[in-house]
Design a protein around this ligand. Structure first.
Ligand code: FCB
Length: 506
């Protein structure tokens, strides 16, 4: 079910604007938390300041998740594989970037990472022992097309064929993401995502992979978190290509969406199974009732949560983007927006935290600032806020309709102790997992069409610009030896999966 965008206003935003669809208005119903209080996520309102852990509604152990609920864990190629140049792979953007002194904390690189490229069979065994039903991984484009286009490197592709075969043999559903940020460095040298041709490069790569993996993988995602690709790569410069360009940013964002849509079309022509997009969502709350703070919240919400989903589901960019990018907002042809609306089979949501914001005219591009709350935070300094997951799932349903949803990432970085007699005690991660799954379950009880959940991450891994300092794994990795030790959270998750969720309430 789609909302019909109302044609009520012609935006006058930026130079060179050709023709832009009108944008839809926000619905006027505020989401509720479990005590019936408005959360202030959609409707500007005062932030809530919860200091108590998420308090789920009373439920019995009979209230479980559906039988076909997909219980999984997620990783991505550059974060775990290592062997970045093996078997004819090209140099990736992340390989090049991580070797530039000063870019990554502690000078870390993905050269070895979890050595998963060589240990994948053992890792699949581990997944089976943990009772996982599904595994979300990503394909490294530069292994398949070392230069990004043209010559296909079948040895690089073979790795993913073998991985998918091992997963299928273990009864674990392979869920592949085509682009989780690493791609051939040669493509950055050709203008990156700001080059309009990038959409075609992506679709051609995707098409080759669909054909090669047909029958082995039934569950595909095009892009992981396009918002992070452009925000960190084209605005902050903290990720490759390391740019700070408000001019290139909207072009790159738009081409990511065009590439996504062209890849979905290629899949419809030649692929079997389901395909979707993965977006990171973070509910925004205003720090006060001041009009300026409310407006900052609306901008932040449009920038992070609606920038990619409005075009995909509603065929128009949020009006606020014109305000945010000012003269750099180019406006895009109507036919691109029609392309971008290519229907998808599911939406993947990565959820970690919320943010409470206030107006800050000195802080581009959104002109907001985060107001840190006095509640629990993870090692990433992300607030632990399970209600936000429920709010996101219900917001997507209200705004974009009944599209099937997966939580494709959710998890927490905490510094864990070393194993003691083979055991790693990580009680805070256990509670994080429990409370977010309870929040997801509540959202389902209120009608969210949630089909599965993937914990981030299977393994401790290379956390991008933070290097190995942040540990998100359900399984601890000793980077000196490569040894894997399931943490208490992994054992808890296994009980949750075995009991179809009942263990959450015990
Ligand atoms: C997400 C990324 C994932 C991981 C987590 C912590 O933004 O998709 O690769 O880094 O954050």
């Amino acid at each position: 079910m789609r909302e019909t965008p109302s044609l009520i206003k012609e935006p006058k935003i930026g130079e060179g604007l050709t023709k832009v669809s009108a944008w839809p208005r926000e619905p006027t119903i505020a989401p509720m938390n479990s005590t019936g209080q408005p959360l202030g996520f959609i409707i500007p309102g005062k932030a809530t300041y919860p200091t108590q852990p998420h308090a789920p509604k009373a439920m019995t152990a009979n209230t479980t998740f559906p039988e076909d609920f997909l219980w999984g864990a997620a990783t991505s190629a550059y974060q775990i594989e290592g062997s970045p140049l093996a078997d004819g792979a090209g140099v990736s953007n992340w390989h090049r970037f991580s070797h530039i002194p000063g870019k990554i904390a502690n000078g870390d690189t993905g050269d070895i990472a979890c050595d998963h490229y060589r240990r994948y069979e053992d890792d699949v065994k581990l997944m089976r022992e943990l009772g996982l039903k599904a595994y979300r991984f990503s394909i490294a484009w530069h292994r398949v097309f070392p230069e990004g286009r043209g010559r296909l490197n079948s040895k690089g592709l073979d790795f993913y064929l073998k991985l998918a075969d091992a997963l299928n043999a273990a009864g674990i559903e392979p869920c592949a993401t085509l682009h989780h940020w690493d791609w051939p460095a040669a493509l950055d040298d050709s203008g990156g995502w700001a080059n309009r041709d990038s959409a075609r490069w992506f679709a051609d790569y995707a098409h080759a992979v669909f054909r090669a993996m047909d029958g082995r993988v039934r569950h595909w995602a095009t892009l992981n978190e396009p918002w992070v690709i452009v925000h960190a790569g084209y605005f902050e410069g903290a990720h490759p290509p390391g740019l700070r360009s408000l001019e290139k940013y909207p072009l790159a964002a738009h081409n990511l969406l065009r590439g996504h849509a062209l890849a979905v079309q290629a899949f419809r022509a030649d692929g079997r199974g389901r395909i979707g997009l993965v977006a990171n969502l973070e509910p925004k709350y205003a720090a006060s009732g001041r009009t300026e703070d409310q407006a900052a919240m609306a901008r932040a919400h449009a920038y992070m949560n609606r920038q990619f989903l409005d075009p995909v589901f509603l065929g128009a960019y949020p009006e606020e983007l014109g305000e945010i990018f000012g003269r750099h907002w180019p406006g895009f042809p109507e036919e691109d927006l029609r392309l971008i609306q290519e229907p998808i089979d599911f939406l993947g949501i990565n959820y970690y935290s919320r943010s409470v914001v206030r107006d800050d005219p000195a802080n581009p591009p959104v002109r907001d600032a985060r107001v840190r709350q006095r509640s629990e935070h993870t090692d990433m300094d992300w607030e632990v806020f399970p209600e936000g997951l429920k709010a996101c799932l219900l917001w997507v349903k209200r705004r974009y309709g009944e599209i099937p949803l997966y939580v494709t990432e959710n998890g927490a970085a905490f510094a864990d102790p070393r194993p003691v007699e083979g055991r790693v005690a990580d009680p805070r991660r256990v509670e994080y997992l429990r409370n977010h799954l309870l929040a997801a379950h509540e959202a389902m009880a209120e009608g969210a069409n949630l089909k599965g959940y993937f914990a981030w991450s299977l393994l401790d891994n290379f956390e991008w610009a933070h290097g190995y300092a942040k540990r998100f794994g359900l399984v601890q990795v000793d980077y000196a030896t490569g040894a894997r030790t399931p943490k208490d959270s992994a054992l808890f998750y296994r009980r949750v999966i075995e009991s179809r969720g009942a263990a959450l309430w015990s």
